[in-house]
Design a protein around this ligand. Structure first.
Ligand code: GDP
Ligand code: IMO
Ligand code: MG
Length: 461
């Protein structure tokens, strides 16, 4: 190496190992000091990532969580971007005294108002067949459909009014016909070419004025080559991945680590040189429909009829209240279950975790006993990972293991002191998870705040 030449920077990928809301935003913030750029690689404003720091709490749906530490944020080509939400979020952060520097890939797709309307219409239509996923209603699925159908509108099109108009003129009549003729809905200005053109051209102007658009792959690769560290911030979680999750009760993108490359344009060999940290919640939550074999109690409208262990409804309520388990985006109560180890074994393999951050250990404190779903019995055979279809998953009988509970503690003091200060029974639980996943623990969440996390390893060391 030439003298004076900086070695390339490192990358770290943050992935949800369960069903979303594992505390990814907090972990991005935790390690954010050593990062120069934080890039999202998939999803859109269906995400709700929380960063708690001192007295402040931030809920972010599009702006990458590094913004709280003043780091550059990138929305990669794999994201779907609603400019209205993006600008509202940036403006809101500015009002709170931050100055977010957010870049958006010209290749990222744009969520338009008709996508949100169609999201709602199709969810309702699916209800009778129990095919509705309980989406966030943000238009995520319909936007990714248009991307794959090669009729999507990209951020780059907003900067080019002629291209924007041509594309709207092609696509909007189709969307109107779909809403009206297929679903029997009445349509409004969300399907009006003229007003959409005016509104989205103006978003393009603001993107250009604030110099926000980039060729994400080139931008990020140059920064890595110049020695800067990049964090890839996954949204959602492995079991709602379109390929590796509980299809069709999933989101429409790939939260798993492979997409960190495809969704940003940074080569997989570069991403693969870096660490991949799986974020694990010490129990399980799910917003939306679909199976949940280790579910406690039930939540109306989201739980399959035969799901849950109704006798444990009180425990579910206790965990939900203690952990503040209400959706960040929609406010819906999250369904609660015991940790499902087959689910996280599957996640560890799909994304190749090199480290784990295990959160919410404090929420389980004070219980006599904590259970985990260790394996499943499926059609007379014991299996250790999630089966490939939702029908098979529904047939799984859970084999539980019990752990002695641990007491409440002064969690901030525990975080300051380090791993050995965590109550012994909680450490037994943590080490069981680490052993089953054959992956070391990097961090343990003992509260929502930056100061309430036990750091064991830093991925940039
Ligand atoms: P994300 O979508 O994965 O970023 O997670 P969310 O922000 O949607 O949900 C996680 C919630 O749990 C947030 O309210 C966090 O502040 C909070 N949280 C994160 N880690 C911990 C933890 O270790 N203990 C507790 N009690 N709360 C946590
Ligand atoms: P973060 O990044 C939890 C769920 C929805 C629904 C399904 C499809 O905060 O972890 P969508 O609107 O994406 O088409 O909905 O996916 N879902 C999430 N659940 N956390 C999320 O994001 C989620 N994003 C989507 O509830 O079941
Ligand atoms: Mg969330």
């Amino acid at each position: 190496m030439e003298v004076g030449l900086k070695p390339p920077g490192m990358t770290v990928t943050i992935v949800g190992s369960q069903l979303g809301d594992e505390g990814k935003g907090g972990v991005v913030d935790l390690y954010g000091d050593e990062v120069d750029v934080v890039a999202r690689y998939q999803g859109g404003d269906n995400a709700g990532h929380t960063v708690v720091f001192g007295e402040e709490e931030y809920k972010l749906s599009l702006v990458p969580s590094g913004a709280i530490r003043g780091k550059v944020g990138v929305l990669g080509n794999g994201c779907v971007v609603n400019p209205e939400t993006l600008f509202a979020e940036i403006d809101g952060l500015r009002e709170r005294g931050l100055d977010p520097d957010v870049r958006v890939a010209e290749r990222a797709h744009v969520i338009l108002p008709y996508h949100r309307v169609l999201d709602g219409i199709e969810e309702t239509a699916k209800e009778d067949s129990d095919l509705d996923a309980g989406t966030t209603g943000r238009g995520i699925g319909p936007t990714y459909e248009d991307k794959i159908g090669r009729r999507g509108i990209r951020i780059g099109d907003l900067l080019d009014p002629d291209s924007l108009r041509t594309k709207l003129e092609y696509v909007v009549p189709q969307k109107r016909a779909l809403a009206e003729d297929v679903f029997g809905a009445t349509t409004d200005e969300a399907f009006d070419i003229g007003s959409l053109y005016e509104q989205y051209r103006r978003y393009g102007e603001r993107l250009a004025e604030e110099e926000m658009t980039v060729n994400a792959g080139g931008f990020l690769t140059e920064r890595i080559e110049a020695g800067e560290n990049v964090m890839f911030e996954g949204a959602q979680g492995t079991s709602i991945d379109i390929d590796h999750g509980d299809y069709p009760y999933v989101t429409s993108s790939n939260p798993t680590a492979g997409y960190a490359a495809t969704g940003t344009g940074v080569g997989p060999t570069v991403v693969g040189r870096g660490e991949v940290i799986g974020i694990v919640k010490a129990y399980l939550t799910r917003v939306g429909t679909g199976e949940l074999p280790t579910e406690l109690g039930s939540v109306e409208g989201q739980t399959p009829e035969d799901g849950g262990r109704p006798e444990m409804a009180d425990l579910a309520t206790e965990i939900r209240d203690e952990g503040g388990e209400y959706g960040t985006v929609t406010g819906r109560p999250r369904r609660v279950g015991w940790l499902d180890v087959p689910m996280i074994r599957h996640a560890a393999r799909v994304s190749g975790f090199t480290g784990l951050a295990i959160n919410h250990i404090d929420v389980l404190a004070g219980m006599d006993e904590v259970e985990v779903g260790h394996s499943y019995d499926l059609d007379g055979e014991e299996i250790l990972t999630m089966p490939p279809t939702s029908k098979q998953w529904a047939r799984c009988e859970v084999n539980y293991r019990r752990f002695d509970g641990w007491p409440e503690a002064d969690w901030e003091a525990v975080a300051a002191e380090g791993y050995d200060a965590i109550p012994e029974n909680a450490r037994t639980y943590l080490e069981y998870i680490s052993d089953e996943l054959d992956t070391p623990i990097y961090a343990v969440g003992v509260g929502p705040g930056r100061e309430q996390t036990v750091i064991v390893e830093t991925p940039f060391a």
